[in-house]
Design a protein around this ligand. Structure first.
Ligand code: FEO
Ligand code: CA
Ligand code: CA
Ligand code: CA
Length: 597
């Protein structure tokens, strides 16, 4: 969602190309193809024309106009899979918002669905596990205010849900599976890697700085080839109440954007009171690995991947066998990171692979004008990351990831959101959601539109290397009709354009798809687009339009590419029926499955 991500807290203003770019005419900067607004809406992509086997590629664009329901291109249909408050255990009653209690919510699907990943069973293709982020609290209508808040407190985190195909071949929740599980702010957790045991993590709630609890603010994520789910803690700062200035970690909290404004979480759990002896703000802002097949194991917060408002964790195995995870820090003027594991991936050795994200090297991205970029290592004792600048260990570097990246001179980006890796080419796509605070003085080579509405950067990467080549795939300009600052294929239609690209995904056949988060943007509605990366590069076409008030998030194709899981987050309520029930219930977020008829 668009929230406090848009308020910068990065004090760095230095970028060598800022001034010169500011002096250049914007038309000179962006010579790239301007869009043709009046083009027909009935074209198909060149990928479809080539006879690709994906049933999703050939469609006439969906309407830009929103209604109470999810709108899809003609020939597509959807079915709700699970929604906020639906049961995860057998014998539970159907969702009743008046009865939703704290204990009930611990066993019901969480709120504000975001990232999804579907692990299809390798042996039985009729089974699988759907992992879903529940980003922020969703409230039901329990008449008891305290119980209502406690239920909302437990509505965040993650939901792990077993699915199976029914006799009609449709995916549905398997309530009898013992793998169904909610992960909430109180679920048992541990910190791993160099920051584990750091005394800055010690409080009465964590005597050793290793034991931890819970996750929340879970935005996008990723998955590993050994079958675990990575969930990313993003906007964790809003949940802590109290005085930031007098806090022993005041500098750290300020750099992360903590304000200490009152929040109901501190009434539910004293860890969220910044003046409590149990305070634990440094326990959040991590990439968290969850093993959906071991529901009783603690979730693991990997400090080695840095502490930031992590949007996503996109993983691949490099040519030497190391695990590589790309991750982004979703706030204006923050950075893009890459982790490379110390040990190598061992096919089939799950116990070994489960340790891979605990040790390695974290890098931060710096982009150059000649189309190259560097990954700068964030290693304690190297460069500026020394005691002189306040770092006493690698753990300190990771606890203060943002400040360490400032010192290294990383490139401040326009809200780096999701990252996707092409399964065909290995190229990496960074989605920037835009930056209304980007002015003439703060332009840089990779973020060159004043008050930009987002762009997508393509990286031609050897994942192991500390350098790469980059280029723009799409630039969304300042507004939809802004040709001067935009880069779309000339055949992109007006409804086919997007702003604020947020989540990306690849279909199994290597086609790229994008969700937007441009809620309230004039003349725009959030949706889901195909984006061509070869052929008619930058041709974007709208497949789906979100229900009013909602954004679409967490797109994930099934292995056969014929179905698509999609989260519908924060839909608006209507008097005569709301998404997805269209009965007496208010609108609720959830996950749907989109298919071609
Ligand atoms: Fe939760 Fe960065 O979107
Ligand atoms: Ca979003
Ligand atoms: Ca977002
Ligand atoms: Ca997001």
């Amino acid at each position: 969602m668009i929230d406090n991500d848009s308020t910068p807290v990065n004090p760095s203003l230095t970028d060598p190309v800022c001034t010169r770019l500011a002096q250049m005419n914007r038309r000179q900067i962006l010579k790239a193809g301007a869009a043709t607004l009046g083009a027909t809406t009935s074209m198909t992509s060149s990928a479809a024309n080539k006879g690709s086997d994906s049933s999703f590629l050939s469609f006439n664009e969906a309407s830009v106009n929103q209604g109470a329901d999810l709108k899809l291109a003609k020939g597509f249909t959807y079915k709700p899979i699970i929604s906020f408050g639906d049961p995860l255990k057998p014998g539970m009653e159907a969702f009743d918002p008046l009865k939703l209690s704290e204990e009930e919510q611990k066993n019901r699907f969480g709120g504000s669905a975001d990232f999804t990943h579907f692990f299809q069973d390798k042996k039985d293709k009729n089974k699988g596990i759907l992992c879903v982020n529940n980003e922020f609290p969703e409230f039901a209508q329990n008449p008891e205010p305290e119980e209502r808040e406690l239920a909302a407190f437990h509505s965040v985190g993650c939901s792990v849900i077993a699915l199976q195909k029914n006799s009609q071949g449709e995916w549905q929740v398997d309530l009898n599976s013992t793998l169904n599980k909610r992960i909430t702010p109180t679920t048992k957790a541990v910190i791993t890697g160099p920051a584990a045991g750091n005394k800055r993590l010690v409080s009465s709630a964590s005597a050793d700085g290793i034991q931890s609890a819970g996750t929340f603010g879970n935005c996008a994520g990723g998955f590993t080839p050994w079958g675990t789910y990575l969930t990313c803690e993003e906007n964790v700062q809003t949940y802590f109440s109290g005085d930031v200035k007098s806090h022993p970690e005041a500098a750290n909290l300020k750099r992360f954007g903590f304000k200490g404004k009152p929040h109901f979480f501190s009434k539910c759990d004293k860890r969220f009171d910044l003046q409590s002896d149990a305070q634990s703000p440094l326990h959040f802002g991590w990439v968290v690995e969850i093993d959906p097949y071991s529901p009783d194991e603690p979730i693991r917060k990997h400090s080695m991947l840095g502490k930031a408002k992590h949007e996503c964790a996109e993983m691949t195995i490099d040519k030497h066998g190391h695990a590589v995870v790309y991750t982004s820090d979703d706030q204006t003027f923050e950075y893009i990171y890459k982790f490379v594991s110390k040990e190598k991936y061992r096919e089939g050795n799950r116990q070994h692979n489960l340790k891979l994200l605990e040790d390695g090297t974290l890098y931060v991205a710096k982009f150059f004008e000649d189309g190259s970029m560097k990954w700068l290592p964030m290693v304690y004792g190297q460069g500026a990351l020394t005691e002189k600048n306040g770092f006493k260990s690698q753990g300190d570097v990771l606890l203060d990831t943002r400040s360490a990246a400032d010192l290294l001179g990383a490139t401040p980006m326009d809200r780096p959101e999701d990252i996707s890796i092409s399964p065909k080419t290995g190229k990496v796509y960074f989605l920037m959601t835009g930056n209304r605070a980007r002015n003439d003085q703060r332009l840089n080579v990779a973020n060159k539109v004043v008050r930009g509405s987002g762009h997508i950067i393509e990286l031609s990467a050897d994942h192991h290397s500390d350098s790469a080549k980059w280029d723009f795939l799409v630039i969304c300009g300042q507004d939809l009709a802004d040709d001067t600052n935009s880069k779309f294929h000339k055949n992109t239609t007006f409804p086919g354009r997007f702003v604020y690209p947020d989540n990306g995904t690849f279909s199994p056949d290597g086609e790229f798809w994008v969700c937007s988060d441009g809620y309230g943007f004039p003349g725009f509605s959030d949706g889901f687009w195909h984006c061509e990366i070869e052929g008619q590069r930058g041709l974007t076409r709208r497949l789906a339009t979100a229900p009013k008030g909602a954004e679409l998030t967490g797109p994930c194709f099934t292995e056969d590419g014929r179905n698509l899981f999609m989260a519908v987050q924060h839909p608006a309520s209507f008097p005569n029926g709301s998404f997805p029930d269209f009965n007496h219930l208010k609108a609720r977020s959830g996950v749907v499955l989109i298919s071609k008829v």
